[in-house]
Design a protein around this ligand. Structure first.
Ligand SMILES: C[S@@+](CC[C@H](N)C(=O)[O-])C[C@H]1O[C@@H](n2cnc3c(N)ncnc32)[C@H](O)[C@@H]1O
Length: 550
């Protein structure tokens, strides 16, 4: 397979593995609605934010949509479109080293995107998909990178989105479209839903005979070719007789036709004497198959997107390059189930979060979103404010969608340079990390404490109340963590040491967690001998030294 090369590639190939895990801190003042809605907006560089989120969402995200900087070189916009923001320059200098000085704009973009795409892939479910908005500036680079990271056979489509309604008169050759490039984690398992009929399409269905099954359209009842048993004579209710016209036959054999007539599915015109036509009801017609042409009358255009943001935030200059919610809705409609998790790591004005909340309201779904935005002012003043107004509603113009989200910031790394656990790390945070690095899977939901008390809420949904030392079971491996006195203060070091007494008190996995073949116990030290550990089917791992740090 031909592969893409660029300056700095070697430095970034495995970079995503070296990015440290960091804590996430919740800021209630910028959050809105129900905190347990399970939606997150994280402010921070997505490389670090994705790494922080991975222990909780690896393999769980059905649909990722990203709209990265297109790298057009236009830096006068509200955000830096080229990979030239101070944060990115600093990051490139650190990761790529001296070579970074010589990178072209395109090398820089590829260096920026590669580790982020590598991480994003780890979030996808087996039937998950990744959509990327892009234009011609980096389309080739993106395709080359994605072929390498996802595999050529997992390329699904390159949809063309008609983003404008008319040519830009200032240009001699105006661009009408962007692309939405689509890859699957595994193209064998991915399935797309049909697109619901648009209002315009639905309006073509009428009900001239007041059929109780609702509006319908009619279609020609003939088929190409000659089939002897489909050449019968049809007599209309008004008594007129029809034979198939030359070169065609009727669509079905006579017995099927008569059944359709009995069921009121054949239309003979208002006077009951016209050539027969087959009725198709709107309620039974299903949706349209997805294709690669996404016209602006179906999925919106850039002006519409701008208007949506202005309607919500009341500021013409709030954000320059939003996507229309209808574009994201199309993606959600074809690629998500009602309870899917949706991730957007270049969130901008949070159109993806808006589209998720609105679609949930429309179809009663419980989709959840995770958004990441690096720019602090965009995250706090644009994305969070937009989401707040979508949740709560804004006058008559914007109906409340309900739901809610938590606003988080990246905190300290979980481990310092010497691999010691940072002093502010709480039990649930280390638990999530330990379970993920031990099993490669996110920590399952853990039971609440008996009194439901939660002295140190984590911003991550559904994890904060599980303080059982049994973190979960994965493929026969039960993982335990003795940390921060989880077993109570009576025991050595507050129960962080594995002693015979502590072992006796460790909870067993329940039958619903599956058979346990080995118990992996993380703790500060172990007072049990090797023979006992072997006999009991225990592997002991000492913290912090035996916890994977990156
Ligand atoms: C084209 S805009 C996305 C617009 C968005 N789809 C919308 O509808 O509003 C790209 C966004 O990605 C953000 N961004 C760029 N680099 C980033 C990074 N490394 N981590 C997180 N966000 C980043 C930019 O600040 C910008 O807001």
């Amino acid at each position: 397979m031909p592969t893409l090369d660029w300056i700095g590639k070697k430095a970034v190939l495995n970079h995503h593995k070296q990015v440290p895990y960091r804590l996430l801190h919740c800021d209630a003042s910028l959050s809105a609605g129900g905190p347990d809605a399970g939606n997150l907006l994280v402010q921070g560089d997505n490389l670090e934010a994705l790494k922080a989120l991975l222990p909780y969402y690896a393999g769980k995200v059905k649909c990722i949509y990203i709209d990265p900087p297109y790298n057009t070189g236009n830096e006068k916009w509200v955000y830096n479109d080229a990979v030239n923001s101070p944060e990115m320059r600093h990051w490139l200098g650190k990761v790529v080293g001296a070579e970074a000085e010589d990178l072209s704009r395109h090398d820089k973009w590829l260096c920026m995107m590669y580790p982020r795409l590598a991480l994003l892939r780890e979030f996808l479910t087996e039937d998950g998909v990744l959509f990327v908005s892009i234009d011609d500036t980096e389309l080739q680079g993106l395709r080359g990178m994605m072929d390498e990271l996802f595999g050529v056979r997992n390329f699904v489509a390159n949809a063309v989105w008609q983003k404008r309604t008319s040519p830009d008169m200032r240009l001699s050759f105006s661009t009408a479209h962007d692309y939405v490039v689509l890859y699957a984690k595994n193209s064998d398992t991915v399935r797309f839903r049909k697109i619901p009929k648009s209002k315009k399409q639905a309006a073509q269905f009428k009900n001239p005979d007041n059929d109780p099954r609702g509006p319908w359209v009619s279609s020609d009842y003939t088929a190409q070719g000659y089939r002897p048993n489909q050449m019968y004579t049809i007599r209309t209710p008004g008594g007129k007789e029809y034979r198939p016209p030359p070169g065609v036959c009727w669509k079905n054999v006579e017995s099927v036709f008569l059944e359709l007539v009995r069921d009121g599915r054949i239309w003979f015109g208002k006077d009951g004497n016209a050539m027969p036509r087959r009725k198709t009801f709107l309620s039974e017609s299903g949706g349209n198959s997805v294709w690669t042409w996404w016209s602006n009358d179906e999925v919106g255009h850039t002006q519409e997107a701008k208007k949506e943001v202005v309607a919500l935030l009341g500021d013409e200059n709030a954000f320059d390059t939003p996507k229309p919610t209808r574009l994201i809705r199309r993606i959600l409609e074809i690629a998500t189930d009602r309870d899917s998790i949706v991730l957007d790591s270049f969130a901008g004005s949070a159109t993806t979060g808006h589209a998720v909340l609105a679609l949930n309201k429309a179809d009663g779904g419980q989709r959840r979103f995770v958004l990441v935005e690096m720019d602090e002012s965009i995250a706090a003043s644009v994305a969070a404010q937009r989401l707040r107004r979508v949740v709560e509603g804004k006058g008559d113009a914007v109906p409340a969608c309900g739901g809610g989200f938590r606003y988080c910031k990246l905190g300290e790394p979980l481990f310092d340079e010497r691999g010691n656990i940072h002093e502010s790390v709480r039990f649930p945070e280390l638990a999530g990390h330990v379970f993920f690095t031990e099993t490669g899977a996110p920590i399952p939901r853990t039971p609440r404490r008996a009194n439901g008390a939660d002295p140190h809420p984590s911003p991550l949904p559904g994890r904060e109340r599980g303080y059982s030392p049994l973190l979960g079971v994965h493929n026969g491996k039960a993982v335990y963590l003795l940390f921060n006195g989880v077993m109570g203060d009576k025991r050595p070091n507050g129960g962080n040491v594995l002693t015979g007494a502590v072992l006796r008190e460790l909870p067993d996995a329940s039958p619903s967690q599956g058979e346990v073949t080995v118990r992996v116990i993380y703790g500060e030290s172990c007072r049990l001998g090797a023979a006992r550990l072997k006999r009991e089917g225990i592997v002991f791992r000492q913290i912090p030294y035996e916890i994977k740090v990156t």
